[in-house]
Design a protein around this ligand. Structure first.
Ligand code: CNA
Length: 258
């Protein structure tokens, strides 16, 4: 009972904040896509726990990739299969509706699954890149998603048509620079309401972004998050609920159909 009261009052407070804000920004993480069927890294059902690898961050370690790309591509093949099968969640659709209403200034996503775009969002900054393009690690030749996916299927580790070097998807690995960071910083710095949804806030520099928000911050995340860089005085609301449950209720409160 008391939990329901807390839940509905969180929904109501959040709806009020949305109504009184004009430049809403979302920082999203893997938790937004778990209900679509893509496991996150660090959540209870996350890949790190499932794969049982001692140091699973090695999957996205650029040094490991350069030494042995087959380690990454074993994961990649499975990931592509999942991404192709999944559909956006209610939470993805919620933020697409906010953009339609002219309320949402943009999204910074750490996800590489393109579910925001599939849901209809167009103002999306993919700070960790995406799997939609690949390039040759030697000559730089670019490959479309379809071309590289065909090669992964046929060769396991895909190679360049021109120079035979290994291809790498345009996903940001640990040890590489993130993408469009200036634009991400500018977006957050002019927001009056920042949603941080489904992120453990442990991966920098994405985890630094909330500190640039001059307005209010709403965190929606069930499970542990790092508070190292989170400006706690600006966190107006921390909702520890299932993401889809919360955004479905919020949409209903605001009269948005998701
Ligand atoms: P993370 O570190 O895995 O954290 C996810 C957070 O979401 C955890 O705190 C979970 O407890 C929480 N969470 C998961 N499901 C739910 C739910 N249904 N309701 C509420 N909370 C939930 O993910 P981050 O994004 O913070 O980590 C950064 C990495 C993970 C980024 O570089 C991503 O590219 C990378 N990643 C992306 C995907 C994807 O594209 N979908 C999948 C897995 C990892």
């Amino acid at each position: 009972m008391s939990m329901n009261v807390t839940f509905s009052s969180s929904v109501a407070r959040c709806a009020d904040m949305i109504q009184s804000s004009v430049r809403i920004v979302l920082l999203s993480g893997a938790g937004l896509s778990t209900s679509a069927g893509i496991p996150d890294f660090r959540g209870p059902e996350g890949l790190y726990r499932k794969l049982g690898i001692e140091n699973p961050e090695r999957i996205f370690d650029i040094g490991v990739f350069e030494r042995d790309p087959s380690f990454y591509y074993g994961f990649h093949k499975e990931f592509l299969r999942q991404v192709e099968a999944v559909k956006p969640t209610a939470a993805h659709r919620f933020f697409a509706r906010l953009e339609e209403q002219g309320k949402l200034d943009g999204i910074v996503t750490q996800n590489i699954d393109a579910l925001h775009q599939k849901a209809g969002s167009s103002k999306v900054l993919e700070i960790h890149g995406s799997i939609w393009r690949s390039h040759c690690t030697r000559c730089g030749k670019g490959y479309s998603y379809e071309a590289s996916a065909r090669k992964v299927e046929a060769e396991g580790v895909p190679h360049c048509d021109s120079c035979r070097a290994v291809l790498k998807p345009d996903v940001v690995f640990f040890g590489e620079n993130v993408m469009q960071f200036d634009a991400c910083q500018e977006l957050v710095a002019r927001s009056d309401l920042l949603f941080v949804v489904g992120s453990s806030l442990v991966v920098t520099p994405a985890a630094w972004l909330p500190s640039l928000c001059p307005g209010k911050i709403v965190v929606v995340n069930k499970g542990e998050i790092s508070r190292s860089y989170l400006p706690s005085s600006r966190v107006a609301l921390h909702v520890e609920e299932d993401i889809d449950t919360f955004f479905t209720a919020l949409a209903e409160k605001l009269g948005l159909s998701v």
